[in-house]
Design a protein around this ligand. Structure first.
Ligand code: GRF
Length: 216
């Protein structure tokens, strides 16, 4: 039996859609069984529902504390049989209790080459810093924001004339390739946290393409 995966979103869900598309392959090492949004109107929920995946719109505004919302989310995920969680544009801080309950099984994609540019507005900040290379990172979630062990990264060039939108679009294309590969590493047990860092079982060829793991 493949491990069951839940996805957390807040908005359009393009990374969620990329994960769903990848997971349709018969040899993908996980099955997406639930999509949870903290905004019931999140457009990604309709995409998931149309694909036949169970969706849950849980309005965080209906809860008077972060713990209460996170507990509701936890119960939905557990009752769906979820074993791994992928945050995909989930724009809400999670309580330490939730993060610790899912330790080693909760991952996120962030649109920068961490540890650079934690937090918001990463593309504008990369341009402001004069970066020549930018990208995205998939990491395990720990209580400290955007600071968990790094699983996979992909780099893209910063080109003359880029504005934040153009750079975001280039990074997003990389996100859509990187995230399914990184989730597969985690769901298949090939990415282990050892001494606070991730050791990949699979051989990689990152020097060739500035992707780690190698996406071919
Ligand atoms: C992505 O850039 C992701 O890295 C960031 O938020 C954006 C979500 O986009 N955390 P989408 O909802 O997956 O299209």
């Amino acid at each position: 039996m493949k491990p069951k995966i839940g996805i957390l979103i807040s908005g359009r869900g393009s990374n969620m859609a990329a994960l769903m598309a990848a997971a349709r392959a018969p040899d993908y090492p996980g099955e997406i069984v639930a999509v949870v949004a903290n905004r019931p109107a999140a457009p990604g929920l309709a995409i998931a529902a149309a694909a036949g995946i169970a969706t849950f719109g849980l309005d965080h505004k209906a809860h008077d504390s972060r713990d209460s919302f996170d507990q509701a989310m936890h119960e939905v995920l557990v009752s769906a049989g979820v074993e791994f969680i992928a945050c995909a544009g989930f724009m809400r801080l999670m309580s330490d209790g939730f993060v610790n309950a899912w330790s080693g099984r909760l991952i996120n994609i962030h649109p920068s080459l961490l540890p650079l540019f934690k937090g918001m507005d990463t593309h504008a900040r990369a341009l402001e810093a004069g970066m020549r290379v930018h990208g995205c990172t998939v990491h395990f979630v720990t209580p400290e924001l955007d600071a968990g062990p790094i699983i996979a990264q992909a780099a893209v060039p910063v080109l003359p004339g880029d504005d934040a939108g153009a750079l975001a679009a280039r990074v997003l294309t990389a996100e859509h390739r990187l995230y399914p590969a990184a989730l597969a590493l985690v769901a298949s047990g090939k990415a282990a946290i050892i001494g606070g860092r991730v050791r990949l079982e699979a051989a990689t060829d990152e020097a060739q393409r500035l992707w780690s793991p190698d996406l071919g």
